[in-house]
Design a protein around this ligand. Structure first.
Ligand code: URA
Length: 320
């Protein structure tokens, strides 16, 4: 086998392992059957709690096809757990690393799951994202400039503005950058970010298809909580990002994002899992992935919250 093939296979196997780990941790014991992939043992393997699960798939050519059939090709992960695998296309190039003042955005892929009708929400409680034409993400980023509006600016390495599709139907809002994010200028790239990526992929999306940002755009030193004056200084930019994106659903990660957007000091334990509304947009509060790293048994609850979101988009949750 050529070295390139070996690398690709290793990368696919790593993706599959991560995906299965997320499903296993959330209590999923079975994934939906997928159509036969060429030359593959095509029935999707049941999710095993064994760490060896993704390594016991027989001959290499079958493993490659089985991996692809299960998690999709890199740019086709929208099929993951919810819809049949599509024909395999060459992998999309990785996005370039973000510099301080660069918005890491890639155009949304054309194909999306057909949304299913969902029950209407009660009348919006707050202002809607209508009226004056919203700015583009580029304009908002330009306005933010080399921000010194709060004290976080003095210690930060990079402003972490946001990443993903400007046409995202789903937006994740976290708290604030950590050390890795500060270093790279990209949100959710550290350990919590890797877990968030697994969550996004288990929902049937890629990171490129959604949008990811934070309440505060600069790292609070030592990963302390963002302070009220810092949130106040940064929130207008988050609001403008959301007005620009106009997603169908916002998922807030952790207490700061939920409490800030909802103006509600209820604990995240009580907020999570219950649909709320932000300016006419459905908002689902859930736990922060960093909390899940410390309390893995809570992943099940988060998966339940994310499955509620998947229903809005007509994405089938994995069978239990
Ligand atoms: N935690 C967050 O809230 N945001 C990040 O970008 C990374 C970790």
């Amino acid at each position: 086998m050529a070295a390139g093939d070996r690398e690709e296979l290793a990368s696919l196997a790593a993706d599959l392992r991560g995906h299965l780990e997320w499903l296993r941790d959330t209590g999923v014991r079975e994934v939906p059957a997928l159509p036969k992939a060429p030359q593959a043992a095509a029935s999707a393997a049941p999710v095993s709690s064994s760490p060896e699960a993704s390594e016991s798939a027989g001959p290499q050519v079958s493993l490659r096809a089985a991996v692809r059939a299960t998690v999709g090709a890199p740019e086709q992960r929208a099929a993951t757990t919810s819809s049949p695998a599509k024909p395999v296309a060459p992998p999309a190039p990785l996005p370039p690393p973000a510099a301080a003042n660069v918005i890491v955005n890639r155009p949304a892929p054309a194909a999306r799951a057909e949304p299913r009708p969902v029950a209407p929400l009660p009348a919006p409680s707050g202002a809607r994202l209508e009226g004056a034409a919203p700015k583009t993400l580029e304009q908002i980023r330009a306005e933010l400039g080399a921000c010194t509006r709060c004290k976080l600016s003095s210690k930060r390495k990079n402003i972490v503005f946001g990443v993903g599709s400007p046409k995202a139907e789903l937006v994740f809002v976290g708290e604030g950058p950590g050390a890795d994010e500060d270093e790279q200028g990209i949100p959710f790239v550290g350990a919590a970010g890797q877990l968030l990526t697994k969550m996004i992929e288990a929902m049937g999306y890629t990171r490129d298809e959604v949008y990811i940002c934070n309440v505060v755009k600069c790292r609070p030193p030592g990963n302390r909580n963002p302070e009220p004056d810092e949130i106040q200084a940064c929130e207008p930019f988050l609001k403008q990002q959301l007005a620009s994106l106009k997603p169908r659903v916002i998922v807030t990660l952790g207490k700061f994002a939920a409490q800030t957007l909802l103006r509600d000091e209820t604990s995240i334990t009580r907020l999570r899992g219950n649909w709320r509304e932000y300016c006419g947009i459905r908002l689902m509060p859930t736990f922060h992935p960093a909390y899940l790293l410390r309390s893995p048994s809570e992943k099940k609850k988060v998966w339940e919250d994310l499955q509620q979101v998947m229903k809005v988009f007509g994405k089938e949750p994995a069978r239990r």
